[in-house]
Design a protein around this ligand. Structure first.
Ligand SMILES: [Zn+2]
Ligand SMILES: [Zn+2]
Length: 816
């Protein structure tokens, strides 16, 4: 035997990476491609430590799918870029005492180098970086389109403020009351900010969720976030006062049971009622305390309810005419609904707890659930049932009474959404400046571009980009102003309308605006005239397969849908959903624990690639568990994969030596079974079981070898997982073109049929049935099929056989 070539992954991987790049293997022809397939992964933000193994996990899973599609005959476009603008990169620059402008170039180089080493089939030519003025020129252009459409506005409102990031945040960036970036407890501040009217799209955003193929957990998260509820708005009059309180309720049928009202402490009517309120001092104190609490603190279910009655004022229940007390309580939020609720303690758990604490009347108005409710109740009943204590409605079904009662009191049917408008301005530095100018003279004269906002004008499109200036002290100020607010050369501007002195907006836009449209830019990345080429976009988009983290469910994934919908309304795209298919990948942990720097268990992909090669690391990551579930990384585990790849390599050397191999039906059948399994598993992102099937097939052929054709088919199946090694073997076998363009092997269903025999089934040695079964069927499977036979069921008569005699490929006998 001649000297066997050792598998030197270091050399081989580098060699193919540079060959692929040179031959433009992964660059699609945007115009000529016949079978476009846009395979996208969420682009990373270049983090401080370089590529995280979690990024690698996600990218590998996405790349395997892309490679599989390419081999299946698609023109796959798999681009990559960097989401490098934003607080995260800025904070890192602050931490290491450098400037983000400078740092972004360093991170970019490092990140791209690491990404290259993974061996992904990236179309490198079309990379985009959100901090590149050629990119953010279009982010600003997008802002202007939103403004022109009336979807961008400025308003003073109680907003989320992160004291540590020193900026406002969108609702979506507040996770359980904390800043999603730095985990600080978020405060409330009254500030004038820029918003996008995402609420105008709430119904459509919700509706389309039933028509896109997305991971169920993301769909559910978006549905809950949008939070549609149907109900009615009902007016409650106030005794001796010409004001009303509007209440939104989803249960108007329980109106007769409303025994008090609760207002959010911020409710504007409280100030108007001040002269009437006898205990205003106490009320004021409660309002102040509330303003220091986070929304999360206020709405936590288990916590004991607090509140203060507005003494001296009474509301009138419009159905019963009863006078009822009014409270303020922090569990009612001003931003949702009308900021006021009617409390029906008999039929609502929260109201019940509140009523018990403040000894308020509890009045049953719906009887149901098979139990006769009696006072005093021990818990509330929230189901449907029969109306009681509701005058003429008594005896009606509560569902029927619902809208009748609304009619009676002159209420209005209403649909309410939980989602609020997207707060898009930030008081930071490292983001695109918001392209707006304010002119005092025009404001004074009442000149406007958008109603209700005199003096505000968009920067003319031919003046974009508004470049982010080099600012030495880019630290956040904490004053509610961006660092740009102290850069005179930046904010000095001419009014686009009257030409007089104007002032540029100094806030920058939310990073999530950068990423809300990047998938539109990739295929037109080098186009300097338009944000995206209409013809290419029509051909290549929407994205066919998008893979990313579920943590973006109500952030990036929601914003992208919203922006795409707006663009479709503006006639700028032909589709209103950006991602036809989305799959959320699972989370990677290490030795059973979440990876974190403080625990010192963060896997550094560089190190592992150096030690084991990218192919081994890729295959190992995918072998851990189903891709959508995530996996537990263990150092010992990777050795199993290294051994597997080594064995494939060695077998490859033997095949290359052209030892004559006899045809074998069993082997052929095993191959076709493997092709079928791997094909189906990859399509379903069940990479781990695909790899298991490949390992099993290797066991089958390792000793006796395989024909060259069989081995080539096997290599193709491994190619998406281990692209370098398979390419090397493929070429060593004499193939000239790349394995990654060689076509996916097809399985022949006829080859899957196994040889059959007649299995004789007996009970107590007596013949009962004959069953056609595959040769080699084991005792467990044979028992299972035999016991389904009618004659056997009758003979066993429900009792368990004491013994089973099984003769392979002949008979099975159940002994009672
Ligand atoms: Zn923060
Ligand atoms: Zn002006």
């Amino acid at each position: 035997m001649r000297h066997m070539k050792k598998y030197e992954f270091g050399k081989i991987e580098k060699k193919w990476q540079s060959k692929w790049l040179k031959s433009k293997l992964y660059e699609p022809d945007f115009k000529k491609a016949k079978n476009p397939f846009y395979n996208l992964m969420m682009f990373p933000y270049p983090s401080a430590e370089g590529l995280h193994v979690g990024n690698m996990y996600a990218f590998t899973g996405s790349d395997i799918y892309g490679r599989f599609k390419r081999m299946s005959g698609y023109d796959v476009f798999e681009p990559i870029g960097l989401d490098g603008f934003g607080i995260h990169s800025e904070n890192y620059a602050l931490k290491i005492g450098t400037h983000p402008l400078k740092q972004s170039k360093i991170s970019e180089k490092r990140f791209y180098k690491q990404l290259e080493m993974l061996g992904n089939g990236f179309a490198w030519k079309e990379h985009v970086e959100t901090y590149d003025p050629e990119y953010y020129q279009w982010t600003q252009w997008l802002f202007v389109q939103m403004w022109k459409r009336g979807l961008a506005y400025r308003k003073k409102q109680s907003v989320n403020w992160c004291p540590s990031c020193k900026t406002v945040l969108a609702d979506e960036q507040v996770i359980a009351g904390k800043c999603e970036r730095c985990n600080s407890i978020v405060q409330k501040k009254d500030l004038e900010q820029w918003f996008f009217r995402i609420t105008e799209y709430a119904e459509r955003l919700l509706h389309n969720l039933d028509h896109i193929d997305w991971s169920e957990r993301v769909v559910t998260a978006q549905k809950n976030w949008i939070g549609k509820s149907e109900g009615a708005e009902i007016n409650f009059a106030i005794s001796d006062f010409a004001q009303i309180i509007k209440v939104f309720t989803t249960r108007p049928e329980t109106l007769y049971g409303a025994t008090y009202l609760v207002l959010a402490p911020e409710h504007e009517i409280i100030q108007k009622l001040q002269p009437q309120i006898l205990n205003f001092g106490e009320v004021k104190k409660y309002i102040d305390t509330t303003s220091k609490k986070s929304e999360e603190e206020r709405t936590m279910g288990s916590k004991e309810k607090t509140g203060v009655e507005l003494k001296g004022v009474t509301a009138i229940n419009p159905a019963s005419g009863d006078g009822i007390p009014i409270f303020i309580s922090d569990y009612v939020l001003s931003g949702y609904g009308t900021g006021a609720i009617m409390a029906v303690p008999a039929h609502d758990e929260r109201d019940f707890a509140f009523a018990k604490k403040f000894r308020l009347p509890i009045k049953i108005v719906v009887q149901g659930g098979g139990l006769k409710l009696a006072e005093p109740q021990t818990e509330s009943f929230s189901g449907m049932g029969t109306m009681v204590n509701s005058e003429t409605f008594d005896g009606m079904r509560s569902e029927e009474a619902k809208w009748e009662i609304v009619k009676l009191v002159g209420g209005e049917r209403k649909i309410q959404f939980r989602i609020r408008d997207w707060l898009v301005s930030r008081q930071r530095y490292w983001s695109p400046p918001i392209p707006m100018i304010f002119c005092e003279a025009c404001a004074f004269a009442g000149v406007y571009e958008q109603k209700g906002m005199p003096g505000w004008f968009a920067v003319p499109e031919n003046e974009l980009p508004v470049k982010l200036p080099m600012v030495k002290d880019f630290r956040p100020q904490g004053s509610g102003d961006s660092p740009l607010a102290s850069v005179k050369s930046f904010f000095k501007a001419k009014c686009p309308r009257c030409g007089k002195k104007g002032r540029r907006e100094t806030d920058v836009s939310d990073t999530f605006l950068d990423s809300a449209w990047y998938f539109l830019r990739y295929s037109s990345a080098s186009n300097k005239k338009v944000a995206w080429d209409p013809a290419i976009t029509k051909k290549w988009l929407p994205v066919n397969m998008y893979i990313g983290g579920a943590e973006h469910s109500v952030l990036h994934l929601l914003y992208s849908r919203f922006i795409t919908m707006v663009l479709s309304d503006l006639g700028l795209t032909q589709f209103e959903e950006p991602f036809t298919k989305f799959r959320a990948h699972g989370l990677l942990i290490k030795d059973g624990a979440k990876m974190s720097k403080s625990k010192g268990n963060v896997v550094n992909p560089d190190e592992y690639v150096k030690r084991f090669g990218a192919d081994a690391l890729r295959t190992y990551l995918m072998f851990l568990a189903p891709f959508e579930q995530g996996g537990d990384f263990r150092d010992a585990g990777i050795l199993g994969i290294t051994r597997f790849l080594d064995r494939v390599w060695k077998l490859g050397q033997r095949v290359i030596e052209k030892k004559k191999i006899e045809k074998d039906e069993n082997r052929e059948r095993a191959l076709h079974k493997t092709i079928k399994k791997v094909t189906n598993d990859i399509e379903a992102l069940q990479y781990n079981t695909a790899i298991s099937a490949l390992m099993m097939f290797l066991n089958e052929i390792e000793e006796k070898g395989a024909t060259r054709k069989e081995f080539e088919a096997f290599l193709k199946l491994i190619a998406p997982f281990a692209p370098h090694m398979t390419e090397e073997l493929w070429h060593s076998l004499g193939n000239k073109a790349s394995i990654h363009n060689s076509g996916w092997p097809a399985f022949d269903p006829e080859k899957l049929i196994e040889d059959m025999f007649e299995l004789v089934v007996q009970v107590n040695g007596k013949f009962k049935a004959r069953i056609t079964a595959p040769l080699g069927i084991g005792e467990v499977d044979a028992t299972a099929v035999a016991r389904k036979e009618k004659a056997v069921i009758t003979a066993l008569a429900g009792s368990e056989p004491k013994k089973v005699i099984f003769v392979e490929n002949r008979l099975i006998n159940f002994v009672l």
